[in-house]
Structures are given as C-alpha cells and as structure tokens.
Design a protein around this ligand. Sequence first.
Ligand code: NAD
Length: 467
Amino acid sequence: MSSYKLLIDGQLVDGAATLDVINPAEGKVLATAPRADLAQLNQAVAAAKKAFPAWAALAPEEREAKLNQLADAIEAKADAFARLLTQEQGKPLAEAQGEVMGAVFGLRAFGAMRAETKELQRTDTARVIEVRKPLGVVAGIVPWNFPVLLMIMKVGPGLALGNTMVLKPAPTTPLTTLLFGELAAGILPPGVLNIIVDDNDLGSALTAHPDIAKVSFTGSTATGKKVMQSVASDLKRLTLELGGNDAAIVLDDVDIKQVAPAIYASAMSNSGQICLATKRVYAHSSHYDELCDELAILAKASVVGDGTEQGVTMGPLQNKMQYEKVKGFLLDAKAEGTVIAGGEAREGDGYFIQPTIVRDIADSARLVREEQFGPVLPVLKYDDVADAIRRANDSEYGLGGTVWTSNIERGIEVANQVDSGTIWVNKFLDLPFDVPFRGAKQSGMGGENGEEAINGYTQAKIINVAL
Ligand code: NAD
C-alpha cells in the first residue's frame, strides 16, 4: 500500500504492486509508489475510451475551463509540488519552482489552443474546408528529467483538443505526476485522464494497445525506436521527442566574460540532464583558453548538494543508472582530454558528480560523440567557422544548439547552417508554448507546442463541397 494512488476511471486506486522511489540526494527510499499491472493498464485504456465521446463533444471553452482549474489547483500547491519534485528528481528548489510554474502557465496556454476550421478554397462552384478532430485515446510517456513540465506539454494540448489520455511517468519520478492525479480526480470527468506507474515494464503494452490512437513519447532515442516499431502494426499517430547532442558555437567576436555564464548554465542546469542542454562547445582558437578558464571558474564555484538546501546550485544525477553512466563519461574524459574542473563523483550515498570541464579532447571521444546527459562538458577548438559548423553537424542528433556572437546577422547566418530543430542565438532553452519545438534527424519526429501540438493531437479532414 502506498499513500500515493493511481488514477483510473476517476478513482484513486492502489497499484497491483508497489515501487520504491529513491531520493537521489540521499540514495534512500523517499516514498512508495503504486505500480500498475497489465490488467490496470487495460482498465485505464478502457476508461479513456469510454470517456472520449463526451469529452470530445464539449465546447473548447468548457475544456479550457477544466484546464484552468487544473492550473489553479497546481498553483495553490506550488510549494508542495516543487519540494516533492526536488526530492524525487534532485534539481535545486529554485529550478523546481520554475518547472512547476512553467506547468501552470503551460496548462493555461494550452487550454486556450483551438483547432480552427479553415476555408481552403471558395469559388463559384466549390467550397473546400478543413476541419480538425481529436484522435481518441492518447498515451503520454514521460522521462525523469522534467516530470512535471513534460507531462503538461502532453496533457495540456492532448486534453484541450478533445482527446482523453493514459499517462505514464518514468518509474524513478512518479510522485509529482501522482500528486497531479489527485488534483485531476476532483476536476476532470472520470476516465478523461488516467495515470499508471510501471517499473519500465508496461511501456510496450501501452504503445501496442489497439485502443490507443496516438503515442506521444519523450525519452531516449533508443527507446523511441522501440516505440516506433511498436506502433507500426496499426499505424498509430506518433510524436517522438528524443535525445540530443547540442553544440554551442562561440564566434570570434564575443566578449567571453559576458557569455561564459550563459554557456555554462546552458550546459549545467538540471545537472546537464536536459535534452536541449549544450553538450559540446566549439570555441574559436583566439579565445579558446579564456573560455575554458571562465567555464572552469564557474564549475568550481558551483555548490553541489541536496537541492532542498539553501545555496545549492547543482543537485545530484536523477538515478543510479544515469550516475553510473556519467561516471563512465568521466573516465573517458580523463583518458581522452584534459580535465580542468571537477572530474570526480562525490563520495557518499547521493548520486553527485562535480561539474566537470574538459579541454583538448578529440572529436572522436565518446564524450563528444554521445549524449552524456550529465554535468561533464567538452570544449573543442576551431579556427574556421565552416569547420565548426561541419563538426557540429557531424552527429546523428539534431535537437537544438546555440550560437554566441556580438553580430546578430552573422549569428543568424551560422544558425541557419546547423542541422537542428531549434537553434538559439545569444540565448538558450527558451521554449514558448506557442512556438513549435521538434527534433531533426534522430532527435525526433513530429513536434510539440504551437501549431505542431494542434496538428499532432488532431486528425485533419477535408470537406469538399460542390456549389
Ligand atoms: P527512456 O527512453 O529510458 O524512458 C522514457 C520513458 O519511456 C519512461 O517513462 C520509460 O519508463 C518509458 N519506456 C521505457 N521502455 C519503454 C518501451 N519499450 N516502450 C514505451 N515506453 C518505454 O528515457 P529517460 O532516460 O527517462 O530520459 C532521458 C532521455 O530523454 C534523454 O535521451 C533525453 O535527451 C531525452 N529527452 C528528450 C526530450 C525532448 O523533448 N526531445 C526531453 C527530455 C528528455
């Protein structure tokens, strides 16, 4: 038994089994979560299917009102959400507060979204209109790095546009999602939103379920490929938001002292566990040493610790598996490059890694080629910007990236040549809910936010009329 409950058909219920959730700052059990079995997954899908016609038939304004109620309910408990998020995920409290408030604003923004009917042609003899209809039951699968915000980026548009949902958080961060489920139970009609928790064992049953119309998946590229295979049998609609290996290209015209803190934050926020984090830096040879030194100063000034403690600027890695993986990247960094800050995991029970800056490392090193998803940043040197762009593009990923310059036009010109779904010039991680966000290459398919969300959660239909 657990005080946390699954949400199935409007009821808060125990799981068929339980799952221990670890506080990554302590390496100890934080709480016990309910764990669903296949029968409960099937109940959740059946409930969502039953709830769909009535929910889809509501006026968009009625659904928006429900989403606004959900936003208000989270906001009223924002402190509890943020604290629980820090305890289960690890990020410092200030970052957790930012994520929770992002979710509140997101629900309100998505609630206001409308799938407008468009007139495509009007002549004396014909009228062609395009309408958009909800898809049915959507499976939302969420990773552990932003459990609250990434959940809302699926629940918000999914429900606003008339779909019902079965949501599955990552097994290491289910608690804030279950807390959200408690609020939703009192606000949404039964079955509109169902929340199940697994131990990484129900994902494929959910994506393969014949009554699921669409899968919206955020997670690793490796799992994304499995999801794509799983939905192929009945051609379900699919959105994949996957991994990245974003490059920061620092042009020769910048003031290094001015841009270094932003570049550092773009790589190290959330302990580097962000799909769109800077995962490699390309700096012009004229200021390579200076940038390395500035980044090392910032890394050494970071306060690593339990995110609930005041003054802490970097929390632990979220889970043991990721911690072990990043320790492997530290070994690679030492073998292939020169570590100028950090380089060690912290002794003790939590999953702490010191923020690490690595210079003079080859392009062929694992730390440069793979997604480290942790606070270990390689800094590479270039002479010719065309070479930096070529090396940035030499990746199977294409999620985001940044360009740093004092010349905006030059920045846009370089940005235009980077193969990615998003690229920022002199800023990072700015993801407005009304601007589409998508991955190029193996970083994803389809997208979220803005027009992509409207198209992704609806089926377009053409009505072509003879006049
Ligand atoms: P993961 O792929 O291991 O897990 C993601 C989710 O998929 C979890 O809920 C997991 O339980 C579930 N899952 C596992 N096996 C499954 C299966 N066979 N079928 C369906 N679902 C299954 O990813 P993770 O380690 O939790 O997250 C880190 C990764 O996510 C990184 O690669 C990161 O870049 C990526 N990410 C991408 C975005 C984006 O928007 N592009 C955002 C955040 C994270």
